[in-house]
Design a protein around this ligand. Structure first.
Ligand SMILES: C[S@@+](CC[C@H](N)C(=O)[O-])C[C@H]1O[C@@H](n2cnc3c(N)ncnc32)[C@H](O)[C@@H]1O
Length: 310
């Protein structure tokens, strides 16, 4: 492979290489989870990290590689698929990057982070510009093994951290598909009021929290008219419902059209192959974006933040 032909690179989430590759143009090589393309950076939602300007550099030693990287910028992370020891020795010669788990909520805005790998013993591929400021797109948090009823809270920690926004005291939130209550627990921690909707009950430890209420019903019967009639605004609509993406899309567009909700964070879940047509429809909703979070499995997260409230 001609290293100069690499114009962009994509790190797939664990187990999702095929899903990533199917949506990319110009794939010229795949090394474990790292995919090289001969095309300029593409805005895929299936990459954990996108290397936007990868450049190949001839190196004659470990020190030479570290010197070349330092000349480009300060902070680097390594994704190595071969020559692991040599690559690691290069990394050790670079300024240490802080990667301690984050405490939620975190106001820390990590500095820009480049990524590098070794194509062969004497060729370094380095991208000073990457889509994620977390090493290889991995966002780790200090875990709470006592409070939340499941691990879903980590997904919302990550979504809110990337959004650099969170429900505030006084905010009213809807949490569709909220049981057993990991997300409701996070919203409560943020100090906001939350109405969880699910066919299954919340864990009692969450149901008992102040500011948490629950309705046992089909989330898709919850429509903006119910709130418009009471003159209520909704600050955040969260949805983590197991359903077909199209069903979620049909429901969410009613909420977007009503203009009474400021912020949305919803997971789009797939059974097997992703429904790319519906993902494209979500992406086309104004001022919104779709991402694959580190804590997402075979699902994506749709964000629409701070839309004007009617
Ligand atoms: C992945 S779990 C949600 C986990 C939750 N976010 C948490 O933090 O604990 C998906 C939930 O969707 C609920 N669900 C599926 N279809 C639903 C529907 N039509 N209406 C309401 N809830 C539904 C399931 O009962 C399940 O509790």
């Amino acid at each position: 492979m001609n290293a100069a032909a690499i114009k962009s690179a994509y790190l797939a989430p664990e187990g999702l290489q095929e899903t990533l590759i199917k949506g990319l143009d110009g794939v010229i090589a795949v090394h474990d989870r790292l995919v090289f393309s001969s095309q300029p950076p593409q805005d895929t939602c299936w990459a954990q990290n996108i290397w936007r300007n990868p450049q190949a550099h001839r190196i004659n030693s470990i020190s030479d590689a570290a010197k070349k990287l330092r000349a480009m910028q300060q902070n680097w992370c390594l994704y190595s698929y071969r020559l692991h020891r040599r690559a690691q020795l290069i990394l050790e010669k670079l300024p240490a990057v802080k990667c301690a788990p984050l405490s939620f909520p975190s106001s820390v805005s990590p500095p820009p982070l480049g990524s590098f790998t070794l194509l062969d013993e004497n060729t370094l591929l380095a991208s000073a510009e990457c889509s994620s400021r977390f090493p290889n797109g991995e966002v780790h948090f200090v875990e709470d093994k006592v409070g939340p009823p499941n691990r879903a809270y980590l997904k919302l920690y990550e979504a809110l951290t990337l959004a650099a926004a969170a429900p505030r005291p006084g905010d009213f939130c809807i949490d569709a598909g909220g049981s057993p209550g990991g997300w409701a627990w996070v919203i409560h921690r943020c100090g906001a009021e939350v109405l969880s909707i699910d066919r299954a009950p919340l864990a009692s430890s969450v149901a008992e929290l102040r500011g948490v209420s629950f309705q046992k019903r089909d989330a898709f019967t919850l429509l903006p008219a119910e709130f418009q009639a009471q003159g209520r605004r909704v600050d955040w609509l969260f949805a983590d419902v197991i359903c077909y993406p199209e069903k979620l899309y049909q429901w969410i567009t009613k909420w977007v059209a009503a203009g009474i909700c400021a912020n949305f964070i919803c997971t789009i879940k797939f059974k097997g192959e992703p429904d790319r047509a519906t993902v494209a429809k979500f992406s086309a909703i104004a001022d919104s974006r779709v991402l694959h979070l580190f804590h997402n499995k075979n699902e994506l997260t749709w964000f629409k933040l701070n839309s004007p409230v009617a």
